[in-house]
Write a protein that binds this ligand. Structure first.
Ligand SMILES: [Zn+2]
Length: 140
């Protein structure tokens, strides 16, 4: 199926703050101080993986502080998003938000020396769980 443009309202900063508080609580991440930023699409380019991502989390584990950057919804292009059906902007970004929070949940057991294969496994697991939590299913 060909990808269609996302539809529905575009999430703004207030929407991200509300969803962040909701999912931070649901995932038991209340001990973290987590901020968010909305950034231009090109700023969120992942040099290592050669892809533009919807979200990216940076953290400092000892102080339990993190910032999640989201690609500005206006910069989202059809090829950037992962669903192959017409999806709402809010759904796409809620999965991205939960995905980044799950990375935080895994921080205590993730090793920086992991092989590329193990990093890819973490990505797959995080995305699977994010989809099940938000969409109630893994596939499209
Ligand atoms: Zn990820």
């Amino acid at each position: 199926m060909e990808k269609e443009s996302p539809n529905g309202p575009k999430p703004n900063s207030a929407w991200f703050a509300k969803k962040l508080a909701h999912w931070q609580d649901r995932l038991g991440l209340g001990g973290w101080l987590i901020g968010h930023k909305i950034v231009r699409g090109k700023k969120i380019y992942d040099e290592e993986r050669k892809i533009t991502t919807l979200g990216r989390v940076t953290h400092h584990y000892p102080s339990a502080q993190a910032v999640i950057e989201f690609m500005r919804p206006d910069d989202l292009e059809v090829e950037d998003w992962i669903f192959n059906y017409s999806a709402k902007y809010e759904t796409i970004y809620e999965v991205a938000l939960v995905h980044e929070l799950l990375h935080l949940l895994f921080v205590p057991i993730v090793d920086l020396d992991w092989s590329e294969g193990m990093k890819a496994d973490e990505e797959r697991i995080v995305e699977t769980v994010a989809r099940v939590l938000v969409l109630g299913r893994v596939g499209n």
